[in-house]
Design a protein around this ligand. Structure first.
Ligand SMILES: Nc1nc2c(c(=O)[nH]1)N[C@H]1C(S)=C(S)[C@@H](COP(=O)(O)OP(=O)(O)OC[C@H]3O[C@@H](n4cnc5c(=O)[nH]c(N)nc54)[C@H](O)[C@@H]3O)O[C@H]1N2
Ligand SMILES: Nc1nc2c(c(=O)[nH]1)N[C@H]1C(S)=C(S)[C@@H](COP(=O)(O)OP(=O)(O)OC[C@H]3O[C@@H](n4cnc5c(=O)[nH]c(N)nc54)[C@H](O)[C@@H]3O)O[C@H]1N2
Ligand code: SF4
Ligand SMILES: [Mo]
Length: 693
């Protein structure tokens, strides 16, 4: 078949590579070999031709004049951004030379790869890179920044990342979007709910911020951050009390419902109201709606798990559908992540056997600490598919670590990101439209094929190409480090020990482009929990040091600042991606701090006033948006803004790098801050004048 790259003019199929649950099927319009327009693929069974504005404007990013064309070496101080072009040959030789010396002097563990899912393609995000770093024997990275706390919490109840099929949600009569800003972060989930609403379905949104998603709900329930376990337990209290539970389902398919019934007696509506800020009558109303309307579906968002108690919150909420017997119903249940259905042959892709020695693992959310304080120092960092100087918590500390003169840093990216500015060597990366890869959604149930649709930009190279080059330069001659991208895909989709994985080979995947997981209907009958059932009571949790029953555990007292700070993502960026592209930044205008009118009045802050937000970790300045969108005591910002808008927008300079209760997860939303009118505030980070009250 002709390569899609060679089609100079026409429309070619593709898939969105961004870290977004929707994983849209795309149609790419080409003129003279360049992308001129990106549309949705109307034949895609879930995304059905609609896509977000971010990717409609993707051309602006792909052909942004700031995009990197050649490898670079740093010629100014770290962080300043002065670089000179060099050849690939020089770049690879420099890296391999430094690493060979480091390995002989301090061992391979002195090298740390740092990556996340800037590109969700499996080959490029967890393929040849894993093989290479396994062979190298480098330190390992715990990739916990996004969804690990909730994934572990959900798995205690449900055995793994398995939930309701979005394609069945036309039947759903009650949607609860819980801690998800779906209007921005899962647009097709919203479209499905809107369609169902035309047939009488109701949409409830439970959030700490009445944002674009809350505003479209039939009922918006504001809640205090980190208290959602208590609300879920309060609902359970009423469901048992008012006999709205399905005892037959509980008896057949769950463990521990009798213990749970006793346990939730402690969570009476009055107590729950005091914890959550949700009025008693609303707790009753919510529980009764949940008890009476079927099928119901809870969309469990990522916002919940970015808290000290995030794993337990997700664990608790995921018990609810069993109580009213939702799982057997079409369109009933819950979705946190559906990635389990498409689990592929990771061992064949990543080759863990290439690692000959056990090596240390470093939690990615504590990069600053690892760079500054590790007993056995990290001497070299290789960053790809991530921008830790902006996205990692306690980002000031991360930047301090990146400034270390004795740290040899390489960054592989499409742009000179904030992180890349600290690099010694920068390598230009291809975009996903220039690569071959396969993709699996973590919301719908399709696996996708991506073939390159345009030629590599400038001298840029894909992740797997870079690791093949590095392997050669290091003198590694294993065949696994030479395999082509096609071979990698074939290995990953062959001999898959997952009963839901579709019967595919590379040929079928290329021909059909997206294929659905199979036999997913009755997954709730045979779960991978220790009992095989839904575990309302979990012995495993007890063994792991948690309460066996779902429990509300208050947030850690971060410091004595008065406001809980929830800095989430925004509509027009994807994490920090797009924040450096003019078109997207313009659409987003500027960052805002949402605060309650009562708090603002006390502090003399008006709508639009520039406010200073600070704590012992850092300081930011942004404009206040005063109103009723958040409860008193809570402030919310949106977006991970690029440094090009000034150095006062780095919200992660304020966020804690503590580890959540489960999965080593991040606690971006459990930090506390002080807020004052900008001109009134004295002092800043590390100065003695900082007032903490
Ligand atoms: N447009 C856009 N889409 C994206 C992204 C993006 O940056 N921009 N990022 C992608 C990625 S990587 C991810 S992980 C997802 C994240 O997308 P979501 O799953 O939507 O998660 P968040 O936006 O982090 O938080 C969701 C909501 O949780 C609320 N929240 C925070 N704390 C609490 C709490 O204690 N209780 C309750 N009930 N609500 C709370 C926040 O106010 C927010 O509205 O989106 C993906 N899609
Ligand atoms: N305050 C706060 N901080 C957060 C969050 C939050 O809600 N609030 N959300 C957190 C979450 S959920 C996540 S997932 C993380 C995400 O954080 P990151 O994974 O760092 O995501 P991005 O900021 O999108 O950066 C991805 C980078 O990968 C690059 N890239 C894209 N494709 C490729 C490729 O094929 N090869 C290479 N080499 N590079 C590529 C992009 O250009 C971009 O610079 O952020 C976390 N940080
Ligand atoms: S970012 Fe999400 S909604 Fe937008 S095109 Fe990609 S998968 Fe679809
Ligand atoms: Mo994420």
């Amino acid at each position: 078949m002709e390569s899609l790259i060679n089609i100079k003019n026409g429309v070619v199929p593709s898939v969105c590579s961004l870290d977004c649950p929707d994983q849209c099927g795309l149609l790419v319009h080409k003129k003279d070999g360049k992308i001129v327009k990106i549309d949705g693929d109307p034949n895609h069974p879930v995304t059905k031709g609609s896509i977000c504005n971010k990717v409609r404007n993707m051309g602006e990013r792909l052909y942004d004049p700031k995009r990197l064309k050649t490898p670079l070496k740093r010629v100014g101080p770290k962080g300043e951004g002065k670089f000179e072009p060099i050849s690939w040959n020089e770049a690879i030789k420099t890296i391999a030379g430094r690493w060979k010396r480091l390995i002989s002097e301090e061992g391979a563990e002195s090298i740390l790869p740092y990556s996340f899912y800037g590109n969700m393609g499996k080959i490029h995000s967890e393929g040849m890179d894993r093989r290479f770093f396994n062979r190298l024997g480098a330190s390992q990275l715990e990739q916990s920044i996004c969804s690990s706390a909730g994934a572990v919490g959900y798995a205690y109840t449900m055995g793994g990342s398995f939930g309701t099929d979005p394609e069945e949600m036309a039947e759903t009569k009650l949607f609860i979007f819980w801690g998800i800003n779906a209007a921005s972060t899962n647009m097709h989930q919203v479209m499905i709910a809107q369609k169902a609403r035309k047939n009488g379905a109701k949409l409830i949104v439970i959030d700490v911020h009445k944002n674009q998603t809350g505003r479209m709900a039939d009922w918006f329930i504001p809640i205090l951050p980190g208290t959602d376990s208590a609300l879920a337990l309060g609902i359970m209290h009423i469901l048992f009390d008012e006999k709205m539970v399905d005892y037959e389902f509980l008896k057949d398919y769950t463990v521990g419902y009798e213990e749970l019934e006793q346990h939730v007696k402690y969570y009476d509506p009055k107590t729950v109201s005091e914890i959550t800020g949700v009025p008693v009558e609303d707790i009753y109303k919510l529980a009764r709606m949940y008890g009476e309307i079927s099928p119901s579906m809870i969309r469990i968002g990522n916002g919940l798990q970015h808290h000290d108690n995030g794993g337990m919150i997700v664990r608790t909420i995921s018990c609810l559908p069993a109580l009213t017997g939702q799982w057997p119903l079409k369109g009933g249940g819950a979705v946190k992540s559906n990635s389990g259905y498409l689990a592929y042959n990771t061992k064949a892709l990543q080759r863990p056997e290439l690692r000959k020695k056990k090596t240390r693992t470093i939690n990615m959310i504590q990069l600053g600490e690892a760079l500054l304080e590790a007993e056995q120092p990290i001497r070299s960092l290789f960053v790809y598919c991530s921008n830790p100087a902006v996205v990692a918590p306690n980002a000031g500390k991360v930047r301090e670590g990146l400034e270390r003169e004795d740290l040899f840093t390489v960054v592989h990216d499409l742009f000179l990101t904030e992180t890349a500015k600290y690099a010694d060597i920068v390598l230009p990366a291809t975009s996903s439209y220039e690569n071959m890869d396969f993709y699996t959604s973590y919301w719908h149930q399709y696996i996708h094929m991506q073939e390159p649709v345009i030629a590599p930009y400038g001298e840029s190279r894909s992740n797997s190409d870079v690791f093949r080059l590095l392997a050669e330069a290091m003198g590694f001659d294993e065949q696994e480090l030479k395999d082509s991208d096609e071979e990698l895909i074939e290995q990953a989709i062959t001999d898959v020990a997952n009963p839901h994985f579709p019967d595919i080979d590379l040929e079928r995947l290329k021909k059909e482009r997206y294929v659905k997981a199979k036999n997913t209907d009755e997954y709730w009958k045979n779960l991978s929990t220790p009992s095989g059932k839904i575990e309302l009571y979990s012995k495993q949790m007890e063994l792991d040091g948690y309460p066996a029953l779902p429990t509300h555990i208050p947030l850690v007292e971060d410091n004595d600042c008065p406001f809980l700070f929830v800095p989430g993502p925004n509509h027009n960026f994807l994490n920090s991606t797009f924040s450096n592209n003019e078109k997207h930044a313009k659409l987003e205008k500027s960052p805002q701090l949402f605060m309650n009118r009562l708090d603002a009045e006390k502090l003399g802050i008006e709508d639009g006033s520039l406010v200073r937000i600070w704590n012992e970790r850092g300081v930011c300045e942004i404009a206040a948006s005063v109103g009723e969108q958040v409860l008193p005591g809570v402030v919310v910002s949106q977006g991970l803004w690029s440094d090009q808008f000034g150095d006062k927008h780095l919200v992660n300079s304020l966020t804690p790098d503590r580890v959540a209760d489960m999965g080593g997860g991040a606690v971006f939303f459990s930090g506390k801050v002080n807020v004052q009118l900008a001109e009134k505030t004295v002092g800043a980070k590390n100065e003695e004048t900082v007032e903490m009250k």
